[in-house]
Ligand binder design. Structure first.
Ligand code: MN
Length: 232
């Protein structure tokens, strides 16, 4: 029997896929902290080389590429962070790094929008990062490209333009924890399932948006991600 709901359930967050009519339904969004040494340094922090660590965004924080979004509320310092996004396509539970790529569906270009001032308060007061990281339109992600079409993760360049000025650029090989290492580690704590996304951290060059900001980012071999911040 079909379940009945008190009100219409929210639509399932989903991403388009290059060369596919069907959408990729999004389940969870995991984010890796401090995965590029140069970004950790610009934030006055050091990379933790013992193990990767994470924070999460709600799937309902997902924003489609090409959107025009309002300036996020309650922040005077909202930052862009350009990231390589991994889309999981099969179950992974305590998978080894050697086998980790077999559970990958594909990859995308993503922007982790961050209320830096609220994140700074959270860090100082030893509170969770949710207010700084998990809010509406905080995970802007472009169409996914199937893993086979992208090929091996090597030194592909990740970049972001803010108002047509290049502000972030780094090779994926600068990641402290590789994609197989991240999947293997995360799958110890969670049973990864199709629909899960992993935002793998940002390189140096993060900075604030302003009303009217235009952000365009990409990783070589993937589809771009674009977003515009509203003027008013
Ligand atoms: Mn990030």
């Amino acid at each position: 029997m079909q379940a009945q709901y008190l009100f219409e359930p929210a639509p399932i967050p989903a991403l388009p896929v290059e060369g596919e009519a069907a959408l990729f339904p999004v389940r969870r969004i995991f984010c890796v902290g401090r995965n590029y040494a140069a970004h950790a340094a610009e934030m006055g922090a050091e990379v933790d080389r013992d193990a990767p660590w994470y924070f999460n965004k709600s799937a309902h924080a997902l924003c489609q590429s090409g959107a025009r979004i309002p300036m996020p509320p309650e922040t005077a310092d909202c930052h862009y962070e350009m990231e390589f996004v991994v889309a999981i396509g099969a179950e992974a539970k305590r998978v080894t790094a050697a086998d980790a790529l077999t559970v990958v569906f594909g990859y995308g270009s993503g922007i982790d929008l961050t209320r830096r001032d609220l994140q700074a308060v959270a860090k100082e007061k030893r509170r969770p990062w949710d207010l700084g990281k998990d809010f509406e339109n905080a995970a802007i992600i472009g169409p996914l490209t199937p893993a086979g079409a992208f090929g091996e993760i090597a030194g592909q360049t990740l970049w972001l333009d803010h108002d047509d000025v290049r502000v972030q650029q780094a090779p994926l090989s600068d990641m402290v924890w590789s994609v197989p290492e991240i999947i293997a580690d995360l799958s110890r704590f969670y049973t990864l399932l199709p629909g899960d996304l992993i935002m793998t951290g940002t390189p140096a060059g993060v900075g604030p948006v302003h009303p009217g900001s235009r952000l365009t980012g990409c990783i070589d071999g993937l589809m771009p991600v674009e977003v515009t911040l509203a003027e008013g």
